[in-house]
Write a protein of this length. Structure first.
Lengths: 246, 246
DNA sequence: GTAACCTATTCACATGCGTTAGTTTTTCAG
DNA sequence: CTGAAAAACTAACGCATGTGAATAGGTTAC
């Protein structure tokens, strides 16, 4: 059930078999299925734990008073939403499903058990949280400085690599369910311009995007186009000195 | 020395006199002064603790390969930079001073001592970190959805309230040292358009900005203009149930 | 099977903001 | 006080992207 999370955390530190089992167990306690295009948590809700995305895609978003919507991040299998958010009174943004989604509720007690049971797991979860912050900073840069093609290219690079790091990419392709309207809400572009931009990227033979699948025809070209530097994802076993020996 | 941090944390939870002294001590151990417009930490550096801004303003930023720069956040007195970032191998962004700055280096040991010495302090520091994430999300929204006037208004609201929460605002005014070029790097606008935007806001009598001081003439009007909703700053004593009784 | 509705696509036109290239004002070192 | 550099400001013009509106294919509900 939580293979994607374990795979992802192992980019930071090698976990022992027992640690993997502990995560496995935590991720199977309370599992729910949610339909496509539903809210999982809504702005103003009182959170009482964290969510692990087991399957499907979700997004975090927020509406302005006048109806404009900004998606501030995508959540893919292996992602934990709002680790430790139970310190805050209420959610300041919403989380909605893009596809049908399977989530595991991680209660406060479960999380505290995991973290106190293994320093390595605790560190790995903090690593994941720090990377989530870095991703959010990168979105700020993306929206502030990159033009439409660069912005879209960067988003594709990010989500391909994130899925790959969780064992969820196949060769040069991966799932990619957002509609063009959702891509617009994530990139701050109108749907018309998202469409124009995708056409342009297709005719430059950078990507193929159909049937909710993304195929990256030339990853180097795409990364160059996006000025994508993957170091912010910290996927290079930062915590190797903590690796399990068994 | 760390009054601003203590003031800010007390928005979340009331700290005992002993806890306040402990923070005071941690923030006076290693204090340095840095000139205006210098880098405090640079992308690629290996962090070995956290920084507390005691006085002056700094910013976090990142360059794209072609020289475009995005400021991803401002740091004002009382702000901690990169709490727990020592889990990561290297900085994925830089931190530079805008004015002359006084910083206190908080070593890993000092931080761990603070957090293990008081659960309330530990929680307060995590609260601060969660709020920092929420601010980063809000910047994403700001750059993705708001036009120039709204964007600038939102930035002013944020920084006024953040300084106020640290006891660093005076009535309806506060320090505001960024140049128009720096405001452009933060809002994703050209300096020319920053200038146009400020003129517009001045003629609408929303703000006065001169001599590195921001005066907010009509906070309600400014917040309306920005569609600013302060709840993401979580300034409403979320952790009241943990308050010190002494 | 078909109505209702997303989703993708295209076109024409409008505009917010960028760019280039200045000038003026302020700051600050000496 | 003076000169040089930084910061603020202005004007003209162009383009990337938004808006509104229309079409068509695909999907889902009944």
């Amino acid at each position: 059930m939580s293979q994607a999370l374990i795979r992802k955390l192992q980019n930071f530190v090698k976990l022992s078999a027992a640690e993997q089992r502990a995560i496995e167990r935590a991720g199977s306690e309370r599992v729910r299925r949610i339909g496509a295009h539903e809210d999982i948590l809504r702005e103003g809700d009182k959170p009482n734990g964290a969510l692990l995305i087991v399957d499907g895609w979700a997004c975090r978003y927020k509406y302005l008073e006048d109806g404009r919507r900004q998606i501030v991040g995508f959540s893919v299998p292996g992602d934990i939403c709002d680790l430790n958010v139970f310190l805050l009174k209420e959610m300041d943004h919403s989380i909605g499903s893009l596809t049908e989604v399977v989530v595991a509720d991680l209660s406060r007690e479960t999380l505290e058990g995991l973290m106190s049971g293994s320093t390595r797991i605790a560190h790995a979860l903090w690593w994941d949280n720090l990377v989530a912050n870095a991703i959010q900073r990168e979105w700020t840069i993306n929206l502030g400085q990159r033009d439409a093609v660069e912005r879209m290219s960067h988003l594709f690079c990010e989500l391909f690599l994130r899925q790959k790091s969780a064992g969820r990419a196949q060769g040069n392709s991966c799932d990619f369910p957002p509609t063009q309207a959702e891509l617009g809400d994530a990139t701050g572009l109108s749907t018309v311009h998202v469409n124009r931009t995708l056409q342009q990227m297709r005719s430059a033979d950078l990507i193929t995007l159909q049937n909710k699948r993304l195929v990256i025809n030339d990853i180097d070209a795409l990364m160059r186009q996006a000025m994508f530097n993957p170091s912010y994802l910290h996927l290079d076993r930062d915590g190797a000195h903590l690796d399990a020996n068994d």
